[in-house]
Design a protein around this ligand. Structure first.
Ligand code: PLP
Length: 281
């Protein structure tokens, strides 16, 4: 496997990051994940825009233009012979002696790698996802795609322990989002509900794309908070992310959602999204 580190394409075995990298020491960095579906980069411009925004919010200079980022991604995909999977980008504030404050002229560290994975065909789809709920332990700027992911790591561990594949995080009685996804419900009246964007959640790129598809179809999308109880009374529930696209939720904390089977609207939105990425509709 070939990875990208600060301008060089290297075998993963020989690539390394200095001990004093602030990403390692402080989680002082941001990341982005784009899916490659049958050779097509899914929503990559939006991912690169969010990368730029995350960097701006924590005052790390963006080392590359959108065009340059895309060229590096494409070269990495080519060098790895990847047709389907994920492209991970991480940018940290850089390398300096450990101190909370860093020199003004620090050069950001850039790391990029690919992960081969079936994105379109997902073994979990036929059954749907079991979800647990956990308290949202994260900080107050979740709109920044920070590499400080301790709360999400703990949430995913709790999910795995309970035999679930995702954790929905709850704050003040309402679902904020999944540990690595945006949470949606479909109410009994057919409204598609997801939380409004704010500092409380990551602005999901897939969420935005789904919102557009919903709009085109004259379905009703309502941006508001919802509770776990409401999700359990919903007709359907699902979550979205670059890596899972749209994943139906069939249970929450061991209780069935709807009829306990993957929801038809979730599956339809998933197919529409894939067709949009592939340019076949
Ligand atoms: N919310 C969180 C906390 C995430 O980590 C992710 C993706 O990893 C998402 C939402 C979904 O975002 P996207 O659709 O841009 O992948």
């Amino acid at each position: 496997r070939i990875v990208y580190v600060n301008g060089a394409f290297l075998p993963i075995e020989t690539a390394s990051i200095p001990v004093m990298d602030r990403g390692f020491l402080f989680g002082d960095g941001i990341y982005e994940v784009t899916a490659l579906i049958e050779g097509h980069l899914a929503d990559n411009e939006a991912h690169l825009r969010r990368l730029d925004r995350s960097l701006r919010e924590i005052e790390i200079p963006n080392p590359h233009s959108q065009e340059k980022w895309t060229a590096i991604q494409q070269e990495l995909v080519m060098r790895n012979g990847l047709t389907e999977g994920l492209i991970y980008i991480e940018v940290t504030r850089g390398v300096s002696e450990r101190d909370f404050l860093s020199p003004a002229d620090l050069k950001p560290t850039v790391v990029m790698f690919t992960q081969a994975k079936s994105v379109r065909a997902n073994a979990a789809l036929s059954k749907g996802a079991d979800v647990i709920t956990v308290p949202d332990l994260r900080w107050a700027r979740r709109d920044i795609k920070s590499t400080s992911l301790l709360a999400q790591v703990l949430a995913k561990r709790a999910a795995a322990e309970a035999g679930a594949s995702e954790a929905w995080m709850v704050e003040d009685g309402a679902v904020t989002e999944g540990a690595s996804s945006t949470a949606f419900i479909v109410t009994q009246s057919g409204e598609i509900v997801s939380r409004p964007l704010s500092h409380a959640v990551l602005p999901g790129v897939t969420r935005r794309a789904i919102l557009r598809l919903v709009d085109e179809r004259n379905l009703t999308f309502v941006e508001r908070t919802f509770t776990v109880e409401e999700a359990l009374r919903a007709r359907e529930a699902f979550f979205t992310s670059a890596s899972t696209i749209v994943m139906p939720v069939v249970s929450i904390d061991g209780q069935p959602v709807g009829d306990g089977k993957p929801g038809p609207l979730a599956l339809q939105l998933r197919e529409l999204y894939i067709e949009t990425v592939l340019g076949t509709r």
